[in-house]
Ligand binder design. Sequence first.
Ligand SMILES: [Zn+2]
Length: 379
Amino acid sequence: MANSERNRKILQELVRQPDNSRCADCGAPDPEWASYKLGVFLCLNCSGVHRSLSSQVKSIKRDFWEDKLVEFMKSNGNASTRAVYEKAVPVYYYRPTPNDSVVLREQWIRAKYERKEFTGEIKYPPVSYTTGFYEGMLWKKGKENTQFLKRKFVLSDREFTLTYYNKEDESKGPKAIIAIKDLNATFQPEKIGHPYSLQITYQEEYHTRNIYVYHENPEEIVAWFNAIRAARYAYLKTAYPTGSDEELVPMITRNYLKEGYMEKTGPLQKEPFKKRWFILDSQNRKLLYFKGQLDAEELGAIFIGTEGNGYSVRECVPNNARGNKWTCGVMLVTPERQFVFMCELEGEQKEWLGALKQVLSRPMSPQDYTTEAKIKYKR
Ligand SMILES: [Zn+2]
């Protein structure tokens, strides 16, 4: 069939155009699917979400395309469809990347095409996360146990706080008032064991604190996430009044560069190795370690400076067994101390070395010097 051959060629040319060469929803390169209802080119994962919304999708390589559908793709495409459905995306709204949690991708696609949240029409009542105030129940993990209990959370971007209460009744006062100032939120489905779950991290005096929450409803947890981002953005605007969106948006929330178990010994390097959960927070240049992966409070924090001021990292071979079960060593040197960590597998060791080197190679900002001084002071 000459037509089908010709149509396939037209589609191949269309998908090579700059606007179409990345997935319309997550930005993954070389999309191989398309929605012929919306006229956008999509990656395999996003096409799956579209199919579940009963938006018709086809493979641009394997499926048969009728002439009129090819014409439709030609006259639409990613850029013109985006101009309609992404006309008014709030600057703080999280746009998922190919590596993000499934729930973020799904809800972004639903918010865009199904709920039409970004078409620029004024909605009443306004979309919940845009109002500067958010409240509701979330399941929160207990501090000392693994049980999740329903807690009331209230977010205020006037006070710049996230508050939670132990009972639905607020008269007994809040259990905790968390400042938005240094709060971070990140999706953690694997660690928490629930697809719609968040790790919320904040500073309490000199400690880093974590709380772990989830909601049964995917739309609700993503609304919470974007409400928190809206409040963080409003805070950053007041803290850095001259900062551009380009500078502020990456500071709203962040994913951690690397997390995982390593074995750690003490300052004399003679102490028995203990298994600890590590989180590398690239933005704050901190390597935090915890007893368990869902702990509320860290056991310690190591500041990661630059090679120029006495920090370095290298592979190391353990010379004698001191209770370590693992043998792939990482040596982290700071001006005060050498840290020896053991990874279970070589791949893990490579990833830790790479991630730590990435932080080491970034120049330090004035804010980083403050963080460094605070960590030293705590010790
Ligand atoms: Zn995609």
